[in-house]
Write a protein that binds this ligand. Sequence first.
Ligand SMILES: N[C@@H](CCC(=O)N[C@@H](CS)C(=O)NCC(=O)O)C(=O)O
Length: 233
Amino acid sequence: MIDCYTWTTDNGYKPRMMLEETGLPHKIIPVNIREKAQMKPEFLKISPGHKIPAIVDHDGPGGTVTLCESGAIFKYLGEKYPDKPIVENDPDSLPKNLTLDQYAVAVVQIDIGETSQERVTSAVQGLLTTAYINLAGGQDDRYENLKRLAIRVYQRYTEKTAGSRGDQRIPLPPFETLNNAILRQLLDPQEGMPYAARAVLRTQLGLPAESAAPAPAATNAVEKVSTNSATVP
Ligand SMILES: N[C@@H](CCC(=O)N[C@@H](CS)C(=O)NCC(=O)O)C(=O)O
């Protein structure tokens, strides 16, 4: 059994979601940081720096393991349970395939109720950016995983907002629009990736080589590719 000391903050959600997704036996112990519960002596014994999240694994290697820092917790759980997928319905989302940041971005899909349109937009764009950077670096598998996560986060938010009563939230821009914006940024000769990386990315995406006057050509080409690549798996 793992005790997870946490609160409803971004850092607090990371290990909590990981525990919930892996289905590991755990107990959530809320530490209300608004009421300064993190300063209580019993919690300071677990987290001397008075930070959530923290875990206590009663079945750790060699006995009880106490850990703070969401990055360390993520690594620990990933090493202890390497075969448990950590993103809902995604069998490829093994801890070894994702960094904490990528995972953290992906979990916005799980508690979308409290997640704003801006946050989901930036999460999707962050995942897409990392996906294309990986593709340009020859990491095709990581590209596929990240792109899939981006699509899943997008879909999840769209489904949730469509279903909620009297929801005033602004819908997300079309996926293609987000995808195109990222590709345009990355492929921009002045502001984007270095020339060699742009060339690899263009080849991988089946885009024509950079022309002397890239702006209109790149825009059209990107529209075409992103429509295809936005197909939901
Ligand atoms: N680097 C740490 C940051 C943890 C952190 O900043 N926790 C905040 C809440 S999100 C906290 O416990 N604040 C209460 C305090 O510092 O007293 C992590 O990723 O776990």
